[in-house]
Design a protein around this ligand. Structure first.
Ligand SMILES: C[S@@+](CC[C@H](N)C(=O)[O-])C[C@H]1O[C@@H](n2cnc3c(N)ncnc32)[C@H](O)[C@@H]1O
Length: 491
């Protein structure tokens, strides 16, 4: 092992200086087996993990350039309920990455990139556990996904719980130190739960500087919620939860995934399938999630439906013999209550209309499915830490299937204002493939009615909205903002 490390990969170069792809050096030249057709057209609004939105759907067609008979490569796969999808984060924008990142769940604190599911990693490869709906010819149909439309897929592997999910919390094998000639750093093993590494100090915010190099990176804001490489002040109490002492250790108990939900992960970190809560615990949680105390303005959708598939960190009581830090399971905020204005309800009806002249969904089978997906996405608060803390008053847009959703966030809730047909086609990575046209669009909105509805809002909501309007006026570049500013009467 040491020999390998010392030699290093040393990519073989051709006389022209090109890096020669070579399996032996790990310089693998990848070729996507297909490009994903997904109900999510852009990063904005795409769930951070597949377990967040079980109604999300996607299709992957194996390219003929990979196998002449793509269906041969999928033979037998239909016997599995779930598959691992390995893919490229092709919309990262850049190839660089940082050693420490700020996952949304850490609310601004940093941790090592390899302890997160950040898309910004040395090799921009993603790993998603998706539900396999069906295999048809050379195509696989998936649900419970967190990948955007056009994502290059590198591989599919069947999920086999016996292999992929630890069965026992095995005791450590004793000192695991292969490097006798290197300074001994104190390692964190799942069993001792103690560390003096600089990352841990950074997370905790306590302790003296480590004797090892620990450079402070310049704080930087990013709009990318997934990488969360933002530096926002955090309070110590929150961060302390990420100390090793707070890691959860659970025994092997065996579990089945909730039906219709991917048996996968917490938001940023994988934990294998978890135990269900007891019905009573779940009911209490459900009530909490629905925000019993929240004020529902007159004329708004006030149904107390279970807003979204339960948030994994809330349902998770235990996992197969694994250990994860507490921050993975403890959401920075409670799931949001999701509301639809009457206008949005109407829009949703139009989108799912059977009238052929109206737009209809490509992936969702019904308006109810679309509603569930929208609720699931919003309930988990898809905003980046930056947006959540510093741009609270902005409108938020995302596209799911053929629906372009406009919403805003208030204290403990998200409200869908409009749902319009998405029209502009997405630029696809592989134009040769026949992919579904999806995309974001800007649209004219007459928001007079919505503004009138605002007038009946009670105290804080009205105040938030006034703030929202003010902010819209400041951000004239947004098409909808302009429209709203023009149409909203002064309050
Ligand atoms: C936090 S990553 C997790 C992905 C995967 N489950 C994993 O653990 O590797 C999920 C986020 O990546 C982003 N994303 C999805 N597909 C992408 C793509 N093709 N390129 C860049 N970012 C993508 C979306 O913003 C999504 O919310």
């Amino acid at each position: 092992m040491r020999g390998l490390q010392e030699r290093g990969p040393g990519p073989a170069a051709t006389p022209c200086g090109c890096v020669k792809p070579a399996l032996e050096t790990g310089n693998l030249l990848t070729e996507p087996i297909g490009y994903l057709e997904s109900c999510f057209s852009a990063k904005n609004g795409t769930p951070r993990q597949p377990s967040i939105c079980s109604h999300s759907r996607a299709c992957l067609r194996i390219r003929k350039s990979i196998f002449n008979n793509p269906e041969h490569s999928l033979m037998g796969l239909e016997q599995f309920s779930h598959v691992w999808i390995l893919f490229v984060f092709h919309k990262n924008g850049h190839l660089s990455c940082k050693a420490k990142v700020q996952p949304p769940r850490l609310n601004g604190a940093k941790t090592g990139v390899f302890s997160t599911r950040s898309p910004h990693r040395p090799n921009a490869i993603g790993l998603t556990l998706a539900k396999l709906e069906k295999v048809e010819g050379g195509a696989v149909y998936l649900s419970g996904i967190d990948m955007i439309h056009g994502t290059p897929v590198l591989d599919i592997k069947p999920y086999i719980a016996d292999y992929d999910s630890p069965q026992n919390l095995i005791e450590p094998l004793g000192d695991f130190n292969l490097q006798n000639n290197q300074p001994k750093t104190k390692t964190v093993s799942p069993s001792d739960g103690k560390s003096d590494s600089c990352e841990q100090q950074q997370l905790s915010g306590y302790g003296k500087p480590s004797p090892y190099r620990c450079t402070e990176e310049k704080p930087e804001y990013s709009e990318d919620g997934a990488s969360g490489d933002n530096d926002v002040k955090h309070d110590r109490a929150e961060i302390q939860q990420s100390l090793p002492e707070h890691r959860e250790r659970v025994a092997s108990l065996g579990s089945e995934p909730r039906s219709g939900q991917s048996p996968s992960v917490a938001e940023e970190q994988v934990g294998p399938p978890r135990l269900e809560q007891s019905p009573s615990e779940e009911g209490a949680d459900e009530r909490l999630r629905a925000g019993e105390a929240a004020v529902v303005p007159p004329g708004h959708s006030a149904k107390r439906r279970p807003a979204a598939p339960p948030h994994p960190s809330r349902t998770a009581a235990a996992a197969h013999g694994t250990v994860v830090p507490a921050w993975v399971r403890e959401a920075p905020a409670a799931p949001l209550e999701v509301r639809f204005t009457p206008h949005a309800e109407m829009d949703l009806g139009h989108l799912s209309s059977e009238d052929v002249s109206q737009a209809s969904f490509k992936y969702f089978q019904s308006a109810e499915e679309a509603r569930c997906a929208i609720e699931a996405v919003l309930s988990a608060d898809p905003r980046s830490v930056y947006r959540r803390k510093l741009c609270q008053d902005r409108l938020f847009y995302f596209t799911v299937d053929t629906a372009h959703v406009t919403c805003w966030f208030g204290d403990g809730f998200a409200e869908v204002l409009r749902i319009k047909p998405a029209s502009a086609p997405v630029q696809l990575t592989d134009p040769a493939e026949s992919l579904v046209s999806l995309g974001c669009t800007k649209f004219p909105v007459s928001n007079w009615r919505t503004c009138q509805e605002r007038a009946v809002y009670s105290g804080q909501q009205a105040k938030s909205y006034a703030h929202l309007r003010g902010s819209r006026l400041r951000h004239q570049s947004t098409f909808l903002s302009k429209d709203l500013a023009a149409n909203c009467p002064p309050q």
